[in-house]
Write a protein that binds this ligand. Sequence first.
Ligand code: GLC
Length: 453
Amino acid sequence: MGRLARVYAAVAVVVAAVAVAVVVVKRRGKGPKWGKVRAIFTDVERKCATPVARLRQVADAMAVEMHAGLASDGGSKLKMLLSYVDNLPTGDEKGLFYALDLGGTNFRVLRVLLGGKEGRVIKQEYEEVSIPPHLMLGGSHELFDFIAAALSRFVATEGDEFRIPEGKQRELGFTFSFPVKQLSIASGILIKWTKGFCIEETVGEDVVAELTKAMERQGLNMRVTALVNDTIGTLAGGRYEDSDVLVAVILGTGTNAAYVERANAIPKWHGLLPKSGDMVINMEWGNFKSSLLPLTEYDEALDFESLNPGEQIYEKLMSGMYLGEIVRRILLRMAQESSLFGEVVPQKLEIPFILSICDIVAQRGARLAAAGIYGILKKLGRDTVTSPKQRTVIAMDGGLYEHYSIFSECVNNTLRNLLGEEIAGTVVIKLANDGSGIGAALLAASHSQYLEG
Ligand code: GLC
C-alpha cells in the first residue's frame, strides 16, 4: 500500500470518529484523549501492515500449502477438496435445469433453459429467499425442509416454455457453499459449517441425501445430479462465458477459491485419471493460516468469540462477515480508552457486527486476497510469461468484491503490483455475477442421468 493510501485510510477512520466526537464534545463540553486515540490508531495501522515483501511470502506459503493439501487429506490447513468435476461446461449443454444456491443468509433457486451451442441460455428465472437466523443454528431437518419447501413453491410456478418432456425427472445442481468431502459428483459429506451456520447434526452427513429426503417430504420429484461448492459453480459459469477461465474466487460473506488442477499433480487422488486429465479443486482457502498473516489482538478476540475458534483465519481477515466486526472492535477500544465518543460509549458500539467496513482493515483484507490469488497463479505457473502468451482469467463473485469498490480496486492493484506489468497484462479478473447458480445448472446438465454414452 502506498504512503498516500495509508494516510487516506488513517484519515478516513479518524475523520469519522472526529465528526462524531465533535458533536458529543459540543454537547458535553468534554474532549477525547487525542494522544490515546492516535496511539491506538498507529498501533492498529502498524499491525495491519501488508508490505509487498510480506505479501510475496504469504503467496509462497499459500502455494506450499496447496502442494501439501493435494498430497494427503489432513496434510494442510488447506483442504484442497476434490470436486469430481473433471470437465467444465463446453456450451453444448441443453435442456431445463434447476439450481439451488445455499451458502449465506440468503439462498437462491433458479431454473434455466439451455439451448446448446446455438441457443446458449434461452431463458432463466430465479428467486431469492432469506433464511431465518434461527434455522442457521437449529436442526438439520428444519433447514432442509425450509429450503425444499421454497424450491417446491418455485417449481410450481414453472411456465409452459420451461416444461420438461413427459416422464422425465427434473434435475438440480446443488450449490452448497461449505466444506464438503465429495464422494462423487452428486454426493458429499459436510466436514464443518462456516459463516455463522452451526447445525451439529448435519456434520458428517451427506447433504445431498438430506436435501433429497426433504424434497421427498415435499412430494417434489427432483434429482440432484451435481453437488458443487460456490467456487466450483463460479468456475463452471465463468468457463461457459470465457474459455480462459482457470480460477474462481469468492469474496463475499465468506471467501474461497477453486482452480483447475492437473489430475496427475494430485497425489491423494487414487481414482482413474480423468479423460480430460484435469480435476477442479475446491481449496477452502478461508481456512489458510500462517504466522505470516498480520493478526492483531482484535482479530484474535474476534476468532476466540466466534462460532469456530481457530478456524477460517484467512476468511476472518477479509470476508464480508468479519470486516465490519474487526472495525467495531477497534472503535470500541478507542471509545473505552480515550473517550472518543464522549464519556459514554455509544450503546450501539457494544453490539457485535454493527458497523460496515472501513478502509484500513478492508485494505489489509484485499491485499491478502490478492496475495492468495498470486499464490494460485504461482502454483499454476501463470506468474511468468509463457510462450505463446497465455491469457488467465479469474472468475470472481461475491458482494464484497462487487459492491465495495475500494476493496475490489485494491485487490486488482495489488495483484498487478505483485505480478508486474507485463504478466498483469495477461491476467484478468472478471466479475461473474451469480455465476455459481448458472454454473451449478450447467454442471447438472453435463452430469444429467439422461445423457447418452
Ligand atoms: C466459506 C465456505 C466455502 C465457501 C466460501 C464462500 O469459506 O467454507 O465453502 O466457498 O465461504 O462462500
